[in-house]
Design a protein around this ligand. Structure first.
Ligand SMILES: [Mn+2]
Length: 302
């Protein structure tokens, strides 16, 4: 660690437009109510709070061509790119608070080429508009990042694809959530895949192995942290339940490794549904985890 504090810029993206249901659009306000900004500062970080973009709740419109509300989802994701580009151009580290997982498209669009992505998520999100029962854009995030799916979502940045297959690690997903189509995508694209059981067996070791893979291929990397990588039975905060995920301590160990890497370039946190946490207890615990991972005072010893 250098002698001056890490510079973090917080941006809220209160949207559930790309999800199954409303709720996640309330997450940025809930993070603030849970004391995120104060906790980041208390951890020794230089924090700029850029506030939240417009609130965009889910609406139950009918799917068109295998996607629900695609133009709106694409517009919201695109609106994330410019502020993220400004934050990165200023040499600061973005902390983007979703929102559903489609916002990560905008974060990648606002980041330069040559960057990688840790996709720390309970899913691989390799569904496509052609292979979907739900038409939910949230379940197709990796497809669109890799350049496939709907051009409206895959081509919202200045480059296409937003990511090459060697620039991403799928980390912590529930292997039972992938159907044959998604496994075929993982195999045929030679995607790096560390499923939840492997991560649970050795959280720090798997995180370091994933970073070694990205370090060889990328100038920097972003971390997409979908809280559905956490086991719903242990930590029921995510919008959609998952039952093969990590405990908070295991996820925290992984986050500490990811944020401690020399090429760490930003963090996106998605899928928090405050409706699942009426007392605020879960989000309070997650605030500590995030502040600990980002803060030099509490990060891993290096
Ligand atoms: Mn997910």
């Amino acid at each position: 660690m250098g002698s001056h504090a890490r510079q973090i810029s917080v941006l809220g993206v209160p949207t559930s437009a790309g999800s199954h249901n409303p709720g996640q659009e309330k997450a940025p306000a809930a993070w603030r109510d849970a004391g995120l900004i104060e906790s980041l500062r208390a951890a020794g970080l230089d924090v700029e709070d850029r506030g939240d973009l417009a609130v965009e709740p889910f609406r139950p419109v009918s799917p068109v061509d295998g996607l629900r509300d695609a133009d709106r989802v694409a517009g919201i994701a695109a609106s994330v790119a410019a502020p993220v580009a400004e934050i990165r151009a200023a040499g600061r580290v973005p902390l983007v608070l979703g929102g559903d997982c489609t916002i990560t498209l905008g974060v990648l669009a606002g980041s330069g080429s040559g960057g990688g992505l840790v996709y720390f998520d309970g899913d691989a999100d390799l569904h496509t508009p052609e292979h979907t029962d739900s038409a939910v854009a949230d379940t197709m995030g990796m497809t669109h990042l890799l350049g496939g799916g709907s051009p409206r979502l895959a081509r919202l940045g200045s480059r296409h694809p937003l990511l090459g297959p060697g620039q991403v690690v799928l980390f912590g997903f529930d292997p039972a959530e992938l159907d044959t189509f998604q496994w075929t995508e993982v195999a045929s694209r030679h995607l790096y895949a560390a499923p939840a059981p492997a991560v649970r067996a050795d959280p720090a070791g798997e995180a370091r192995r994933a970073l070694r893979y990205l370090d060889r291929r990328c100038d920097s990397y972003l971390v997409h942290f979908d809280v559905d990588v956490l086991h719903t039975g242990l930590f029921p905060l995510a919008n959609f339940p998952h039952f093969a995920g990590l405990g908070l301590d295991e996820a925290s160990t992984c986050l500490d490794e990811f944020t401690g890497g020399e090429k760490f370039g930003g963090l996106v946190i998605t899928e928090v549904n405050p409706g699942n946490d009426p007392s605020g207890e879960l989000l309070g615990a997650l605030v500590k985890t995030v502040a600990g991972a980002l803060g030099p005072a509490l990060g891993p010893a290096r």
